[in-house]
Write a protein that binds this ligand. Sequence first.
Ligand SMILES: [Fe+2]
Ligand SMILES: [Fe+2]
Length: 303
Amino acid sequence: MNFFKQINEYAHLNYLHPNRMPWEQAAVGDELDFLSRALVGEMGQEDKAVAYLYKELAQLAEIEMHVATVMSRTLCELQACNTPFIAGDGLYHALSCFAAEEINHANSFYQYVRHLSGRDIKLENNLFRQRIELYCHENDAPLIKLAALCSTAYVGESVITVFERRLKVLDPMQHSFLTKLLHFHGLDEARHIRCDHAIFDEVIPTFTAAERKRMHHLIQETEALNTQLAKASAETVKAAFDLDYTEGNHAAKTQLDMTMRFREQVQSGDLIRKVDDYMDEETAAVVRQFSLASRVHTGLSQL
Ligand SMILES: [Fe+2]
Ligand SMILES: [Fe+2]
């Protein structure tokens, strides 16, 4: 079986559908206390934990919708592309599943933060038009766009994998709503990571020097727009909650630190590198301190 086809062999059994979670129960029982301890790092910081999750997961939903949109458009463009990678139905299946799952994640995270907080804050300044236009240049081959898109999504997917592991260490029986949500989300993400890795291993090394340069340009521009989106989202959520959720917030600090480190490790070479292959000692220590494991992506082949 084609490798890309194989990735989604069990996707119909192990997945997050938005109907899987009872959203109205997002904040019941000890959940807010757990979130305060697991994220901010101390008791009594429930508001900070909720505002932090609102900002990060609503912003992630925006990024997931962008990934899904660009990926499905790129897949249509690939139909007219003379590349052996589009032969058969392997890549078509893998990218269709990837894009569809990202829409389900965006839907899930928006429902989650709204029920968790009891608020409905729109991220009006989401830069969607600019982020789409970046991937509309006629001269860019579809595979270059796909490589750039996956190289940027991969960093966030790696960071949330570490968060999922931290919650499972603190809550091994998965009593918490968020632990369960990240578990189901992680079932899909493990497949996305395998798809990203296949693109890094099989597709990017076939690019010419000029194509790699263009890919890196798209990566930098995407990251720059994502950084602007993060700033705008932070301002919106801080104003709505009237609270600086980053102050004394262990998870917020670690997330930013890991994002910068992973981005550098993954994107700074000529080719795109897997996060665990170039993990330096300092970064491994940050990951271990947060999740009790030094590697980010483990056991992917069993999923
Ligand atoms: Fe996702
Ligand atoms: Fe993903």
